[in-house]
Ligand binder design. Sequence first.
Ligand code: VTB
Length: 332
Amino acid sequence: MSLGITVQPGQLIERILTLELVRVTERAAVASARLRGRGNEKAADQAAVDAMRRELNKLPIDGTVVIGEGERDEAPMLFIGEKVGNKNGPKVDIAVDPLEGTTLCAKDMPGSIAVMAMAESGTLLAAPDVYMHKIAIGPGYPQGTIDLDASPEENLNNLAKAKGVKVNELTALVLDRPRHVELIAAIRKLGAGVRLISDGDVAGIIFTTQPQETGIDIYLGIGAAPEGVLAAGALRCIGGQMQARLILDTEETRARALQMGVTDPNRKYDMTDLARGDVIVAATGVTDGGLLKGVKFGGPIITTETIVYRSATGTVRRIYGEHRELSKFHLD
Ligand code: VTB
């Protein structure tokens, strides 16, 4: 293949794949956006899964889904362990959340995205689709400012000190769930603010990297594991700190995790344990949100907005796409 540019062997494919991933999440986003506001989470998710899978299988990669939609019997496609790609390329790990925030999409509420990550084989955390304890902050703070095992009080006080502000000037982002009642109370007791979100903690974690814009200083709480790996991949590129622990609270989940290589069910993972190698993360907006604009229909042109993170260089690209429905490349 000659593209008239000189790059190291192995790098070419990676650089080209950065754009290829955009196609994948664009397609998934457009497919699910057609079902926005229809109140059918399953159909919207299935549309995203089908489109993502179809596009992934066109890529010159020998890929394996290591974390994502669920396992073989629960997820019809893109299940953990599924092979994707046309095999004419590097061995890669894939993490997917074809429709992050299915409820947001079904209700046409802000913040649903189509998101995936690709990394060198063996470098993304392979785990079952379970819950995960997570804590994250953006870049610019001393290493160790936060610790998953410290109390919310300690973490917020340390962060306030590192930021040079009072603790009551901080805002934490937390998923609005009954399981977080105590966490929310502990944060508010310090005088700090809590921004509650109904879904979408991949973007929630990414928001901590731009506190001056988003108003979010720290992410705390329990969300899903695939979203944790995807967010870690993005932070690997932008910078920041993140720690996580899988919630393997039954014999069954521990056994499943062990099969995937998780020998210590209580292990505390750092950002680089969740996404170790060179990783590319792409996300396209489905509904409008704080991170990305949603898909726009109407007229002959469909527009999309995608963000791509590449850890090897720390490059973040925002790609605005115009897709002409009447062209032979029309998006279904
Ligand atoms: C989160 C969030 C997702 O699931 O990880 C959450 O990022 C997990 O918690 O958008 P629940 O089972 O309590 O919803 C979502 O909300 C939906 O996938």
